[in-house]
Design a binder for this molecule. Structure first.
Ligand SMILES: Nc1nc2c(ncn2[C@@H]2O[C@H](COP(=O)(O)OP(=O)(O)O)[C@@H](O)[C@H]2O)c(=O)[nH]1
Ligand SMILES: [Mg+2]
Length: 140
C-alpha cells in the first residue's frame, strides 16, 4: 500500500477510516499533532481549520504518495477553499464519509470536493463498509 495522508475537518471520520482500512486498533483520540499509523499520516483537523498551518500540510505532504481529502456527507459546508488540491504536488483522492447516515447528501459532498479541485471521488461508510473496497484498490 502507498503512503497515504488524510486531511479533513475535525470529526469527519479520519481516525475511523484509518481503523477500517488498516483493520488495526487505532484509537481515535483527538490528535493535536501529525500522527503516523503504518502507511497512514493523519493530519489533525486544526491544521486545515486555520490557514496559518497550511505550511505544515504542504511540507508533510512530500512524505506521502497519495493525499486523501475527506468530506463528511452530513455537512453542508467545507473548509476546503476553491482549488485547495492544487497546492499539492501529489495524487489526490476525495473521500466522502458517513454515507450511511440518513441525512447524508453525497452529491453535495461531491460538489464541495470538486470545488476544492479534486478529480477522483469515492463515497464510503466506515459503519457499513460500503465503498471501502473501491477506496482500498485506489490506494494500492
Ligand atoms: N455513521 C457513521 N459515523 C461515522 C463514520 N465515520 C466516522 N463516524 C463517527 O464520526 C465521529 C468522528 O469520527 P473520527 O474518526 O473520530 O473523526 P476524526 O476527527 O476525523 O478523526 C465518531 O463518532 C465516529 O464513530 C461513518 O462512516 N458513519
Ligand atoms: Mg481523529
Amino acid at each position: 500500500m502507498k503512503k497515504v495522508m488524510l486531511i479533513g475537518e475535525t470529526r469527519v471520520g479520519k481516525s475511523t477510516l484509518i481503523q477500517s482500512l488498516s483493520g488495526e486498533d487505532y484509537s481515535s483520540h483527538r490528535a493535536m499533532a501529525v500522527e503516523y499509523c503504518g502507511p497512514f499520516i493523519n493530519i489533525p483537523g486544526e491544521f486545515l481549520e486555520n490557514s496559518r498551518f497550511y505550511h505544515v500540510l504542504i511540507s508533510t505532504s512530500v512524505e506521502c504518495d497519495i493525499l486523501v481529502l475527506i468530506q463528511d456527507a452530513t455537512r453542508s459546508s467545507s473548509l476546503f477553499p476553491p482549488l485547495f488540491a492544487s497546492m499539492f504536488n501529489r495524487k489526490i483522492i476525495g473521500v466522502i464519509t458517513k454515507t450511511d447516515v440518513p441525512d447524508a447528501n453525497v452529491e453535495r459532498a461531491e460538489r464541495l470536493l470538486r470545488n476544492a479541485g479534486v478529480k477522483e471521488v469515492v463515497a464510503v461508510s466506515s459503519e457499513t463498509g460500503a465503498g471501502l473496497d473501491i477506496l482500498r484498490s485506489m490506494l494500492l
